[in-house]
Design a protein around this ligand. Sequence first.
Ligand code: SAH
Ligand code: SF4
Length: 360
Amino acid sequence: MTNNLSQFNTINNKINLLSFNYVQMCNFFLSIGEKKYCADQIMYWIYQKYCNDFNKMTNLSILLRNKLNNICIISAPKFIEEVKSIDGTIKWKVIVNKNFIETVFIPERNRSTLCISSQIGCPLKCTFCATGQQKFKGNLNVEHIIGQIWTVCKILNYNNVSKIRPITNIVMMGMGEPLLNLKNVINALEIMVDNFCFNFSKHKITLSTSGIIPALDKLKNSIDVNLAISLHAPNNFIRNQLMSINKKYNIQNLLCAVKRYLKKSKIKQKRVTIEYVMLDHINDEICHAEELASILKDIPSKINLIPWNIFPNSKYKTSNMIRIKRFSDILINKGFLTIIRKNRGIDINAACGQLVGRFV
Ligand code: SAH
Ligand code: SF4
């Protein structure tokens, strides 16, 4: 029997099984003339045992193992370097198509978050973000995105760390703008929540975006994970200077899109996380806090104030704690749930906006 495999993504003409959710895996096995239950068996090996060697999959017939060796692989991008912060954060450098991306594991007392990348660099070039200052090298495909989670699970599993701290949360807050890589990101999110794959609750996954409105509208029709919006300014004048994407998708239109997303979402506690990086004397005045409260007044939200993380050759300074606290108090007094985000992994350049795929 000849199999038409042209519909699948291939590496060296081999299909990478890390790019399939359960239904796609079933269809794949049917397409190569095998039974559907083989998909269950393979999913078990990949997502329970973190095994990528067909020869070790002892409950598959030798004939099937040989066949799979010939036509497919289970291949994650290579993790080539690991750095640990004094606060327990771990950052890995990962190689994708001869470029580097970064993946960050952030353990806390009652949860452990993995921050994954969606692109190599970022084309949006926000002025306060280190990722945006490097050259954009392209989108990650599904197996690159899923491979980051899969490899970290494998590493933690081997080190037995997972018994104490499994990954409980996934945030798409690493390198890149996920909504500019929508198709692959949606496929990857489906694998994250698939019972046969990682089986994450959608409540435990957060996608952070600078606000690509048409893509946000498409996302809401596909899958509803938690949404974080990189707002960073209370008005278009300031946001235009920080994020040039605002000239295309301004604050008012973006907040309307957020409302549409929340309306469609089936997540129990419907609210958006508003990310607001604190830049000294740029967006941290009393009037800015008041203006922010006014534009968010009819949007269920949680506001994360992020002390800006420094990177070389940047013109910005982070707001001092007195200014951040003053800003936060105004929002809290107006009834907003407001959190000053703790910086994690700052000593290893693993904090928000410091990821550049290069190790110092
Ligand atoms: N592109 C997406 C997701 C990646 S950035 C987005 O912009 O939302 C993840 C978060 O880090 C975003 O809120 C981003 O604005 C913020 N960030 C970027 N550079 C930063 C820096 N130097 N200090 C603190 N936060 C930063
Ligand atoms: Fe890209 Fe987000 Fe950085 Fe802006 S803040 S350059 S959108 S990664």
